[in-house]
Design a protein around this ligand. Structure first.
Ligand code: ATP
Ligand code: MG
Length: 460
């Protein structure tokens, strides 16, 4: 795999950060040693050296050798030089005996040598650890009337006692443990992303029923929640799509079957004229139904592919509704339906053809699903920012389950199917799409056997 996984990237970056910050803090503390601690260290050791020299000077009865040996064993490295150049070392040996030649003489003459303070800067090595004679403090002293020079530095090896080893282990362990914890916590952080990744794959393969067990409150938790709701929506869309296809095939299939049957009957020479004319009529009406259905479907898909209204203009909806009523006067008369209306002159901006088909669909439904000698009432109410159109009928009504589905494409309540009422079930889904396109709203109140009230609200 060429692409690095998020996990290894994250772990790598964190460990790199740890290493880089370790290096930076080493440089910073080294600089601090060079600037500040070196002086203090030198001063401290100088004091100590002066104390030792002073003690030796004041106690001529002690054996110098024993005394310095003793100082050596408690953790110091020493060099004693006599006036005639004899050198004697005490304590653990220096790694380098590199004292500049002129220094012993200067110290014997009474100067103090600050080798620790003057030790040269080195970037990668703290001078503190350099076990060199040059890196020491030199003081003069007198013993039994003779001059001596004493060079001394602390024995770092001895200073690194158990406590220091402990601190060393502490450091190493904390580094190792933090690496382990980084690896583990990164795994936890990256795991939900892996799950989401797998879920995305599932969805792209058409499996929408995914369950993400990601229970977090952070951004990843939100992402997972949104992802789940997205997949639920996709599942619904997918289901609607399947349903639509099966509805279309069913609704096209049944008129075709009828047409086939009646055409066969027409071929039968035994049938008389009257029967044949009857068959032709039925074939004609089935063909009309198919053609109506494809027209409606075309309208529906053209509405849904429109994002904005195409032909917006001022539409006088009162006169549109009056035209619809006039157009369907005869079918109302046929059924003995009374119509009343309140239609004050009102205009809104919208697509005139689409709005016309809204009123047409609502009024034809109110006629089709009405009872004999029923009535229809149409109201137009104008408000400041919106208009409301109410179409109320005294028809067969709908129950709750039917009400929930009437905006679905091809949906027709069973009772209206049984009856000889013609329809495609597309009318109200077209209405709904048009209202949505006008940013409006549609509400239904209905009771079986009592009637239906449909309220359309459209912003001006
Ligand atoms: P189309 O309008 O395409 O000719 P349709 O009238 O059957 O066919 P819709 O207008 O979408 O289709 O209506 C869907 C269903 O809702 C109808 O079949 C009917 O069962 C029910 N319905 C609609 N309007 C009413 C109403 N006013 N009263 C009772 N039921 C109604
Ligand atoms: Mg209809």
């Amino acid at each position: 795999m060429i692409m690095k996984s998020l996990y290894s990237k994250f772990a790598f970056i964190t460990i790199m950060i740890m290493i880089v910050s370790g290096i930076i803090s080493f440089f910073l503390s080294n600089a601090y040693y060079q600037v500040k601690l070196k002086q203090q260290n030198d001063a401290k050791i100088t004091n100590f050296a002066l104390e030792i020299a002073d003690f030796a000077g004041k106690h001529p009865v002690i054996s110098l050798e024993e005394y310095f040996d003793h100082v050596g064993t408690i953790g110091y490295q020493l060099l004693v030089i006599t006036a005639d150049g004899n050198r004697q070392y005490f304590g653990s040996p220096f790694r380098k005996r590199n004292l500049p030649v002129e220094i012993p003489k200067k110290v014997l003459q009474g100067e103090i040598y600050h080798g620790i303070r003057e030790f040269p800067h080195k970037t990668f090595v703290t001078g503190f650890f350099a076990n060199e004679l040059k890196n020491s403090v030199g003081v003069p002293f007198e013993y039994q009337g003779k001059k001596y020079a004493l060079f001394i530095r602390p024995d770092i090896k001895l200073m690194f006692n158990e406590m220091h080893v402990l601190f060393g282990w502490l450091l190493i362990l904390s580094i190792l443990l933090s690496i382990v914890f980084v690896l583990i916590s990164t795994k936890f952080l990256v795991e939900p992303i892996r799950k989401l990744n797998r879920a995305t794959k599932e969805i792209s393969e058409g499996n929408f029923s995914i369950k993400l067990d990601i229970d977090r409150r952070d951004e990843l938790g939100h992402l997972a929640a949104n992802f789940t709701s997205m997949s639920e929506k996709l599942a619904r869309v997918d289901m609607l799509r399947r349903e639509l296809i099966s509805n279309i095939t069913h609704d096209i299939q049944s008129p075709l079957t009828n047409i086939k049957g009646y055409i066969k009957m027409l071929e039968d020479t035994q049938k008389d004229e009257r029967e044949k004319r009857q068959s032709i009529k039925i074939v004609q009406s089935e063909v009309d139904r198919l053609s109506e259905m494809t027209k409606q479907l075309l309208l529906l898909s053209s509405i849904e592919s429109k994002r904005d209204l195409m032909d917006v203009e001022k539409v006088n909806i009162a006169s549109q509704i009056k035209t619809v009523i006039h157009q369907y006067q005869w079918s109302m008369m046929e059924k003995g339906i009374m119509i009343s209306f309140t239609l004050p002159n009102t205009s809104i901006s919208g697509d005139p053809n689409l709005l016309y088909s809204v009123w047409e669909n609502l009024i034809t439904n109110a006629i089709k699903y009405n009872r004999e000698n029923g009535s229809i009432d149409v109201q137009l109410i104008e408000e400041d920012s919106q208009v409301t159109v109410i179409v109320k009928d005294t028809g067969i009504g709908m129950n709750e389950a039917e009400k929930d589905r009437i905006f679905d494409r091809f949906y027709r309540a069973d009772r209206s199917r049984d009856r000889s009422v013609q329809g495609t079930g597309l009318g109200l889904s077209i209405v709904k799409s048009i209202i949505d396109l006008h940013h409006g709203d549609i509400e239904i109140e209905s009771e079986t056997g009592e009637g239906t009230l449909i309220k359309v609200i459209i912003p001006k």
